[in-house]
Design a protein around this ligand. Structure first.
Ligand code: PEP
Length: 249
């Protein structure tokens, strides 16, 4: 059975004491769903968060990493550095990385390779902008993002990959893809995987939806057959809201 996952991306929010307070709040709330739960603090708070959540079933994950093992890449962080502070999973390809830091599909392919070479799990994000949705080009865009960054991989690699469909027009805007739009795209993504790797692989990969998921819409989105969870931005900064989403499963 595919894993259900709810991951909170805290982005560039929360200093150390705010991170500690949010973790204290998260630890007070009872999880009633079987979904895996992850949170992604900023780099400076990863180790403290990892340490504070060690005895819980909340995994601490990273928001990004560089593809090189080490070297002259000022300001960057490598996979082995993440591993050395307990991090096993990394988000790659978030639309904000693509837009503000010019991360291309080719660069993301290298990042995915580096993460897998270090035995890390990847949450690989992609999604179309509003213009592509309006012109009906959204499936082409999403199909290319997946093919360009992932289709050089062997089928086995998909055991370590989670996909996150995040329509850019729905991120942080309060506008959510309708449950039907999410389902249609997730089914397309699964078919794209099946065409290349076969149905068994396609059926085993978790596909998360991201884009203004909130406590009041999570249940309906998660009820769709090809939606295996969510990548949550804004609502993940509030422990009560985040767990309301986790417990929507
Ligand atoms: C995100 O940035 O991945 C995201 C889904 O943000 P939000 O939930 O705030 O739309």
């Amino acid at each position: 059975m595919r894993k259900q996952i709810v991951a909170g991306n805290w982005k560039m929010n929360n200093d150390l004491s705010q991170t500690e307070s949010l973790i204290t709040e998260l630890k007070k709330i009872k999880k009633t769903s079987t979904a895996e739960v992850m949170v992604a603090p900023t780099f400076t708070n990863l180790y403290n968060a990892f340490d504070a959540l060690r005895e819980t079933d909340i995994e601490v994950i990273a928001q990004n990493m560089h593809f090189a093992a080490n070297g002259a890449y000022t300001g960057e962080i490598s996979a082995s550095m993440l591993k050395s502070v307990g991090i096993q999973t990394v988000i790659l390809g978030h639309s904000e990385r693509r837009e503000y830091f010019n991360e291309s599909d080719a660069m993301l392919a290298k990042k995915v390779d580096a993460a897998l070479a270090n035995s890390m799990r990847v949450i690989f994000c992609f999604g179309e902008v509003l213009e592509d949705r309006k012109s009906g080009n959204h499936e082409n865009v999403v199909g290319s993002q997946i093919k360009n960054a992932l289709f050089h991989l062997e089928a086995d690699a998909f055991k370590h990959i989670v996909l996150a469909y995040e329509p850019v027009w729905a991120i942080g805007t309060g506008e959510t893809a309708s449950p039907e739009q999410a389902q249609d795209m997730h089914a397309f993504i699964r078919k794209t995987l099946a065409d290349k790797y076969g149905k068994t692989v396609a059926d085993s990969v978790s596909i998360l939806y991201g884009g203004s998921v909130k406590p009041n819409n999570a249940q309906e989105i998660f009820s769709k057959p090809d939606v295996d969870g969510g990548l949550i931005g804004g609502a993940a900064l509030n422990a009560t809201d985040f767990f309301a989403i986790v417990n929507a499963f």
